[in-house]
Design a protein around this ligand. Structure first.
Ligand SMILES: [Zn+2]
Ligand SMILES: [Zn+2]
Length: 401
Protein backbone atom coordinates (compact mmCIF):
# COMPACT_ATOMS: atom_id res chain seq x y z
CA UNK A 1 0.00 0.00 0.00
CA UNK A 2 1.24 3.49 -0.82
CA UNK A 3 0.40 6.21 1.65
CA UNK A 4 0.67 9.96 1.59
CA UNK A 5 2.10 11.62 4.68
CA UNK A 6 -0.25 14.44 5.65
CA UNK A 7 0.34 16.95 8.44
CA UNK A 8 -2.47 18.28 10.54
CA UNK A 9 -3.71 19.97 13.67
CA UNK A 10 -7.03 18.78 15.07
CA UNK A 11 -7.03 21.21 17.99
CA UNK A 12 -7.37 24.89 17.16
CA UNK A 13 -9.38 27.44 19.14
CA UNK A 14 -11.04 30.27 17.28
CA UNK A 15 -12.83 33.33 18.57
CA UNK A 16 -15.80 31.47 20.12
CA UNK A 17 -13.68 29.89 22.83
CA UNK A 18 -13.84 31.94 26.03
CA UNK A 19 -10.12 31.35 26.52
CA UNK A 20 -9.41 32.93 23.13
CA UNK A 21 -7.18 35.98 23.47
CA UNK A 22 -8.20 38.61 20.93
CA UNK A 23 -5.93 41.19 22.56
CA UNK A 24 -2.96 38.91 21.87
CA UNK A 25 -3.56 38.66 18.16
CA UNK A 26 -1.31 40.56 15.80
CA UNK A 27 -2.87 42.79 13.19
CA UNK A 28 -4.15 41.08 10.10
CA UNK A 29 -5.66 38.07 11.82
CA UNK A 30 -9.27 38.21 12.91
CA UNK A 31 -9.56 34.91 14.81
CA UNK A 32 -12.58 33.72 12.88
CA UNK A 33 -12.86 30.00 12.03
CA UNK A 34 -12.22 30.83 8.37
CA UNK A 35 -9.09 32.76 9.29
CA UNK A 36 -7.85 29.80 11.34
CA UNK A 37 -8.14 27.60 8.25
CA UNK A 38 -6.50 30.20 6.05
CA UNK A 39 -3.58 30.35 8.46
CA UNK A 40 -3.34 26.55 8.69
CA UNK A 41 -3.35 26.10 4.93
CA UNK A 42 -1.34 29.10 3.75
CA UNK A 43 1.01 29.97 6.61
CA UNK A 44 1.53 26.83 8.70
CA UNK A 45 1.37 24.86 5.44
CA UNK A 46 -0.37 21.85 6.91
CA UNK A 47 -2.78 19.56 5.09
CA UNK A 48 -5.72 19.29 7.45
CA UNK A 49 -7.11 21.07 10.49
CA UNK A 50 -10.07 21.22 12.82
CA UNK A 51 -11.39 24.26 14.65
CA UNK A 52 -12.34 23.00 18.09
CA UNK A 53 -14.08 25.76 19.98
CA UNK A 54 -15.40 24.82 23.41
CA UNK A 55 -19.02 23.68 23.50
CA UNK A 56 -19.11 24.38 27.18
CA UNK A 57 -16.75 26.31 29.37
CA UNK A 58 -17.22 26.92 33.04
CA UNK A 59 -13.69 27.32 34.22
CA UNK A 60 -12.87 29.05 37.45
CA UNK A 61 -16.45 28.87 38.71
CA UNK A 62 -17.57 31.48 36.19
CA UNK A 63 -21.01 31.37 34.63
CA UNK A 64 -20.73 28.63 32.00
CA UNK A 65 -20.46 29.77 28.40
CA UNK A 66 -21.99 27.59 25.70
CA UNK A 67 -21.19 27.51 21.99
CA UNK A 68 -24.35 28.78 20.31
CA UNK A 69 -26.01 27.21 17.27
CA UNK A 70 -25.23 30.36 15.29
CA UNK A 71 -21.55 30.20 16.17
CA UNK A 72 -21.46 26.50 15.33
CA UNK A 73 -23.10 27.37 12.00
CA UNK A 74 -20.26 29.79 11.22
CA UNK A 75 -17.69 27.08 12.02
CA UNK A 76 -19.45 24.56 9.75
CA UNK A 77 -19.61 27.18 7.01
CA UNK A 78 -15.84 27.73 7.29
CA UNK A 79 -15.32 23.96 7.13
CA UNK A 80 -17.29 23.80 3.89
CA UNK A 81 -15.53 26.82 2.40
CA UNK A 82 -12.02 25.47 3.04
CA UNK A 83 -12.74 21.81 2.35
CA UNK A 84 -10.63 21.11 -0.74
CA UNK A 85 -9.62 17.41 -0.97
CA UNK A 86 -6.14 16.94 -2.40
CA UNK A 87 -5.09 20.35 -1.14
CA UNK A 88 -6.57 21.02 2.29
CA UNK A 89 -9.06 19.10 4.42
CA UNK A 90 -11.22 20.41 7.26
CA UNK A 91 -12.97 18.45 9.99
CA UNK A 92 -16.15 19.58 11.71
CA UNK A 93 -15.18 19.34 15.36
CA UNK A 94 -15.48 20.92 18.77
CA UNK A 95 -13.96 20.65 22.17
CA UNK A 96 -16.62 18.75 24.04
CA UNK A 97 -16.53 19.55 27.72
CA UNK A 98 -18.66 19.12 30.77
CA UNK A 99 -18.63 20.02 34.47
CA UNK A 100 -17.17 16.53 34.93
CA UNK A 101 -13.94 17.79 33.31
CA UNK A 102 -12.06 17.10 36.48
CA UNK A 103 -12.91 13.45 36.40
CA UNK A 104 -13.38 12.78 32.70
CA UNK A 105 -10.68 15.01 31.28
CA UNK A 106 -10.84 17.07 28.10
CA UNK A 107 -11.88 15.69 24.72
CA UNK A 108 -12.18 16.95 21.17
CA UNK A 109 -15.02 15.48 19.11
CA UNK A 110 -14.05 14.96 15.46
CA UNK A 111 -16.54 13.99 12.75
CA UNK A 112 -16.34 12.59 9.24
CA UNK A 113 -19.29 14.58 7.87
CA UNK A 114 -20.27 18.14 6.94
CA UNK A 115 -23.17 18.56 9.35
CA UNK A 116 -22.56 16.69 12.61
CA UNK A 117 -24.86 17.56 15.49
CA UNK A 118 -23.78 19.70 18.38
CA UNK A 119 -23.99 17.10 21.14
CA UNK A 120 -25.30 18.05 24.57
CA UNK A 121 -22.49 19.19 26.82
CA UNK A 122 -22.00 20.92 30.13
CA UNK A 123 -24.47 20.02 32.84
CA UNK A 124 -26.79 18.47 30.23
CA UNK A 125 -24.61 15.35 30.31
CA UNK A 126 -24.26 13.02 33.23
CA UNK A 127 -22.28 10.19 31.69
CA UNK A 128 -19.87 9.62 28.81
CA UNK A 129 -22.17 6.76 27.81
CA UNK A 130 -24.51 9.43 26.45
CA UNK A 131 -21.79 10.48 24.02
CA UNK A 132 -21.11 6.91 22.92
CA UNK A 133 -24.85 6.35 22.42
CA UNK A 134 -25.07 9.50 20.27
CA UNK A 135 -22.07 8.33 18.22
CA UNK A 136 -23.78 4.93 17.74
CA UNK A 137 -26.65 6.73 15.98
CA UNK A 138 -24.44 8.53 13.45
CA UNK A 139 -24.21 7.04 9.94
CA UNK A 140 -20.59 8.33 9.65
CA UNK A 141 -17.42 8.21 11.71
CA UNK A 142 -16.93 10.12 14.95
CA UNK A 143 -14.26 10.05 17.61
CA UNK A 144 -13.27 11.73 20.85
CA UNK A 145 -9.63 12.71 21.23
CA UNK A 146 -8.50 13.08 24.86
CA UNK A 147 -5.84 15.76 25.33
CA UNK A 148 -3.45 17.36 27.83
CA UNK A 149 -3.92 13.99 29.48
CA UNK A 150 -2.40 14.57 32.89
CA UNK A 151 -3.13 18.25 33.44
CA UNK A 152 -4.03 18.57 37.12
CA UNK A 153 -7.22 20.53 36.53
CA UNK A 154 -8.60 18.06 34.04
CA UNK A 155 -6.80 14.71 34.20
CA UNK A 156 -7.95 12.04 31.78
CA UNK A 157 -9.52 9.00 33.42
CA UNK A 158 -8.23 5.92 31.57
CA UNK A 159 -11.01 3.81 33.10
CA UNK A 160 -13.42 5.68 30.78
CA UNK A 161 -11.36 4.77 27.68
CA UNK A 162 -13.54 3.61 24.78
CA UNK A 163 -11.52 1.67 22.19
CA UNK A 164 -14.20 2.07 19.55
CA UNK A 165 -14.46 5.85 19.72
CA UNK A 166 -11.07 6.84 21.13
CA UNK A 167 -8.50 5.42 18.68
CA UNK A 168 -5.95 8.15 19.48
CA UNK A 169 -4.86 10.54 22.20
CA UNK A 170 -3.05 13.87 21.87
CA UNK A 171 0.26 13.53 23.74
CA UNK A 172 1.94 16.82 22.92
CA UNK A 173 0.56 20.35 22.61
CA UNK A 174 1.37 23.90 23.63
CA UNK A 175 0.97 22.75 27.26
CA UNK A 176 3.68 20.13 27.26
CA UNK A 177 4.32 16.45 26.63
CA UNK A 178 2.21 13.72 28.20
CA UNK A 179 4.14 10.54 27.38
CA UNK A 180 5.04 9.68 31.00
CA UNK A 181 5.29 11.32 34.40
CA UNK A 182 8.69 12.92 34.80
CA UNK A 183 9.37 13.50 31.12
CA UNK A 184 11.57 16.56 30.55
CA UNK A 185 8.84 18.61 28.91
CA UNK A 186 5.86 18.35 31.19
CA UNK A 187 3.72 21.43 31.53
CA UNK A 188 5.33 23.91 33.92
CA UNK A 189 4.22 22.90 37.43
CA UNK A 190 3.91 26.56 38.37
CA UNK A 191 1.21 26.85 35.79
CA UNK A 192 -0.52 23.52 35.60
CA UNK A 193 1.22 20.57 37.25
CA UNK A 194 0.86 17.12 35.78
CA UNK A 195 -0.62 14.40 37.93
CA UNK A 196 0.38 10.72 37.84
CA UNK A 197 -1.91 8.07 36.41
CA UNK A 198 -3.19 9.87 33.31
CA UNK A 199 -0.20 9.88 30.94
CA UNK A 200 0.01 7.86 27.73
CA UNK A 201 2.12 5.19 29.42
CA UNK A 202 -0.46 4.81 32.20
CA UNK A 203 -3.10 3.95 29.60
CA UNK A 204 -0.78 1.57 27.76
CA UNK A 205 0.04 -0.14 31.07
CA UNK A 206 -3.67 -0.75 31.54
CA UNK A 207 -3.66 -2.71 28.28
CA UNK A 208 -5.35 -0.07 26.12
CA UNK A 209 -4.48 -0.07 22.43
CA UNK A 210 -4.33 3.60 21.51
CA UNK A 211 -2.51 5.64 18.88
CA UNK A 212 -0.89 9.05 19.29
CA UNK A 213 -0.98 12.48 17.67
CA UNK A 214 0.11 15.99 18.56
CA UNK A 215 -2.13 19.06 18.37
CA UNK A 216 -1.51 22.72 19.03
CA UNK A 217 -4.39 23.63 21.40
CA UNK A 218 -3.58 27.08 20.14
CA UNK A 219 -5.75 29.76 21.71
CA UNK A 220 -5.11 32.47 19.16
CA UNK A 221 -6.12 30.53 16.07
CA UNK A 222 -2.58 29.95 14.84
CA UNK A 223 -2.58 26.24 14.13
CA UNK A 224 0.04 23.94 12.82
CA UNK A 225 2.54 23.61 15.60
CA UNK A 226 3.85 27.12 15.15
CA UNK A 227 4.67 29.16 18.13
CA UNK A 228 3.02 32.49 18.12
CA UNK A 229 5.19 35.42 19.08
CA UNK A 230 3.55 35.93 22.44
CA UNK A 231 2.42 34.02 25.48
CA UNK A 232 -1.06 32.68 24.75
CA UNK A 233 -2.20 33.21 28.30
CA UNK A 234 -0.51 36.48 29.17
CA UNK A 235 -1.05 38.93 26.34
CA UNK A 236 1.78 41.36 25.98
CA UNK A 237 4.32 39.21 27.76
CA UNK A 238 7.57 39.70 25.85
CA UNK A 239 8.77 36.77 23.81
CA UNK A 240 12.37 37.09 25.00
CA UNK A 241 11.20 36.58 28.57
CA UNK A 242 9.38 33.40 27.59
CA UNK A 243 12.27 32.05 25.57
CA UNK A 244 14.72 32.85 28.32
CA UNK A 245 12.69 30.58 30.57
CA UNK A 246 11.86 33.27 33.08
CA UNK A 247 8.64 32.94 35.01
CA UNK A 248 6.02 30.29 34.44
CA UNK A 249 6.38 28.58 31.10
CA UNK A 250 2.78 28.38 30.11
CA UNK A 251 3.66 26.64 26.93
CA UNK A 252 5.74 23.81 25.56
CA UNK A 253 9.20 25.09 24.71
CA UNK A 254 9.46 22.49 21.92
CA UNK A 255 6.52 23.67 19.87
CA UNK A 256 2.79 23.32 19.81
CA UNK A 257 2.15 19.80 18.52
CA UNK A 258 1.43 18.29 15.13
CA UNK A 259 -0.14 15.10 13.83
CA UNK A 260 1.49 13.14 11.03
CA UNK A 261 -0.93 10.81 9.28
CA UNK A 262 -0.35 8.14 6.62
CA UNK A 263 -3.48 8.35 4.50
CA UNK A 264 -4.53 6.21 1.57
CA UNK A 265 -6.17 9.27 0.07
CA UNK A 266 -6.04 13.00 0.68
CA UNK A 267 -9.68 13.34 1.70
CA UNK A 268 -11.56 13.74 4.96
CA UNK A 269 -12.48 10.05 4.80
CA UNK A 270 -8.89 9.00 4.05
CA UNK A 271 -7.46 10.96 6.98
CA UNK A 272 -10.21 9.83 9.34
CA UNK A 273 -9.58 6.19 8.38
CA UNK A 274 -5.84 6.58 9.01
CA UNK A 275 -6.47 8.11 12.45
CA UNK A 276 -8.87 5.31 13.21
CA UNK A 277 -6.28 2.75 12.19
CA UNK A 278 -3.70 4.57 14.40
CA UNK A 279 -1.49 4.97 11.32
CA UNK A 280 -0.26 8.26 12.72
CA UNK A 281 2.39 9.83 14.91
CA UNK A 282 2.95 12.83 17.16
CA UNK A 283 5.59 15.53 16.69
CA UNK A 284 6.42 18.50 18.87
CA UNK A 285 5.61 21.32 16.52
CA UNK A 286 8.23 20.71 13.85
CA UNK A 287 7.61 18.44 10.89
CA UNK A 288 9.82 15.53 11.94
CA UNK A 289 8.89 12.84 9.42
CA UNK A 290 8.76 9.41 10.98
CA UNK A 291 7.89 5.96 9.68
CA UNK A 292 8.16 2.71 11.63
CA UNK A 293 7.58 -0.91 10.77
CA UNK A 294 7.80 -3.72 13.29
CA UNK A 295 8.38 -7.09 11.63
CA UNK A 296 6.66 -5.55 8.63
CA UNK A 297 3.71 -4.18 10.65
CA UNK A 298 2.74 -0.54 10.31
CA UNK A 299 2.60 1.78 13.31
CA UNK A 300 -0.61 1.30 15.27
CA UNK A 301 -1.04 -2.32 14.20
CA UNK A 302 -2.41 -5.11 16.30
CA UNK A 303 0.26 -7.65 15.45
CA UNK A 304 -1.21 -10.93 16.65
CA UNK A 305 0.97 -13.48 18.44
CA UNK A 306 4.41 -12.34 19.60
CA UNK A 307 6.86 -13.75 17.05
CA UNK A 308 9.47 -16.20 18.32
CA UNK A 309 12.12 -14.67 16.10
CA UNK A 310 13.60 -11.27 17.03
CA UNK A 311 11.32 -8.30 16.57
CA UNK A 312 12.90 -5.82 14.22
CA UNK A 313 11.69 -2.25 14.50
CA UNK A 314 12.57 -0.43 11.33
CA UNK A 315 12.70 3.32 11.88
CA UNK A 316 13.03 5.95 9.17
CA UNK A 317 13.34 9.57 10.27
CA UNK A 318 13.65 12.70 8.24
CA UNK A 319 14.25 15.22 10.99
CA UNK A 320 14.51 18.97 11.26
CA UNK A 321 17.73 18.92 13.32
CA UNK A 322 20.43 16.30 13.98
CA UNK A 323 19.03 13.17 15.63
CA UNK A 324 20.29 12.77 19.22
CA UNK A 325 18.87 9.30 19.83
CA UNK A 326 16.22 6.79 18.90
CA UNK A 327 14.95 4.82 21.86
CA UNK A 328 12.96 1.61 21.67
CA UNK A 329 10.27 1.40 24.35
CA UNK A 330 8.83 -2.02 25.23
CA UNK A 331 5.99 -2.03 27.73
CA UNK A 332 7.03 1.41 28.99
CA UNK A 333 10.66 0.37 29.55
CA UNK A 334 13.46 1.85 27.40
CA UNK A 335 15.15 -1.34 26.16
CA UNK A 336 17.38 -0.19 23.29
CA UNK A 337 18.90 3.12 22.34
CA UNK A 338 20.70 4.14 19.22
CA UNK A 339 22.91 7.20 19.37
CA UNK A 340 24.07 8.06 15.86
CA UNK A 341 27.84 8.29 15.50
CA UNK A 342 27.60 11.07 13.00
CA UNK A 343 25.44 14.12 13.15
CA UNK A 344 22.58 13.58 10.72
CA UNK A 345 19.03 14.78 10.38
CA UNK A 346 18.07 11.73 8.32
CA UNK A 347 18.36 8.25 9.74
CA UNK A 348 17.27 4.77 8.82
CA UNK A 349 17.90 2.12 11.43
CA UNK A 350 16.71 -1.32 12.52
CA UNK A 351 16.39 -1.74 16.28
CA UNK A 352 16.30 -5.43 17.13
CA UNK A 353 14.68 -6.90 20.20
CA UNK A 354 16.01 -10.44 20.49
CA UNK A 355 15.11 -10.91 24.16
CA UNK A 356 13.43 -14.23 24.85
CA UNK A 357 10.04 -14.17 26.53
CA UNK A 358 11.54 -15.03 29.95
CA UNK A 359 13.64 -11.89 29.81
CA UNK A 360 10.72 -9.76 28.60
CA UNK A 361 8.66 -11.01 31.54
CA UNK A 362 11.44 -9.99 33.92
CA UNK A 363 12.36 -6.62 32.42
CA UNK A 364 9.05 -5.31 31.11
CA UNK A 365 6.19 -7.59 32.14
CA UNK A 366 3.35 -8.07 29.65
CA UNK A 367 0.12 -6.27 30.54
CA UNK A 368 -3.44 -7.61 30.59
CA UNK A 369 -5.80 -6.03 28.07
CA UNK A 370 -8.96 -6.76 30.04
CA UNK A 371 -10.18 -9.25 27.42
CA UNK A 372 -7.99 -12.15 28.49
CA UNK A 373 -4.94 -11.29 26.41
CA UNK A 374 -1.48 -10.45 27.64
CA UNK A 375 0.25 -7.72 25.62
CA UNK A 376 3.76 -6.74 24.62
CA UNK A 377 3.90 -3.39 22.86
CA UNK A 378 6.61 -1.34 21.21
CA UNK A 379 7.08 2.22 20.13
CA UNK A 380 10.07 4.48 19.61
CA UNK A 381 10.92 7.92 20.86
CA UNK A 382 12.94 9.94 18.40
CA UNK A 383 14.70 12.88 20.02
CA UNK A 384 16.63 15.50 18.09
CA UNK A 385 19.61 17.48 19.40
CA UNK A 386 17.22 20.41 19.88
CA UNK A 387 15.07 18.06 22.04
CA UNK A 388 12.21 18.16 19.57
CA UNK A 389 10.60 14.75 19.63
CA UNK A 390 8.41 12.42 17.59
CA UNK A 391 6.56 9.26 18.64
CA UNK A 392 4.70 6.76 16.43
CA UNK A 393 1.59 4.92 17.52
CA UNK A 394 2.67 1.67 19.20
CA UNK A 395 2.40 -1.87 17.86
CA UNK A 396 0.94 -4.64 20.01
CA UNK A 397 1.56 -8.38 20.20
CA UNK A 398 -0.19 -10.96 22.33
CA UNK A 399 1.69 -13.47 24.48
CA UNK A 400 0.39 -17.01 24.62
CA UNK A 401 -1.13 -17.76 28.03
ZN1 LIG B 1 -8.98 21.20 26.53
ZN1 LIG C 1 -8.42 23.00 23.68
Amino acid sequence: MTYTLLWGDTHVHAEYSPCFKPEAIPDGFDGSPADCYRYARDVAAIDFAAVTDHTWSGMGGKTPIMLTDDQYGVILEANRAYQDPGRFVTFPAYEWNSPKDRTWGHHNALFCDDEPPLLPSGSAVSSLDEVWAAFDELPYGAMLIPHHLARDRTPYDWSTFNPRYEPIVEITSMWGNYEYKGNPHECDPNWSPSVPGSFLQDGLAQGHRVGVIGGSDNHTGHSGGHHFPFDPMIPGRPLNEILAGRGPQRRNALGAGLAGVYAEEFTREGIFAALHARRCFAATGHKIRLWTETNGLEMGADGGALPDEPRTIHVAVNGTAPIAHVTLVRNNVDVRRLIPRESATDLTVDLVDDDPLEKIVKVSPPVADGAGASLVYYYVRVVQADERTAWPSPVWFTVPA
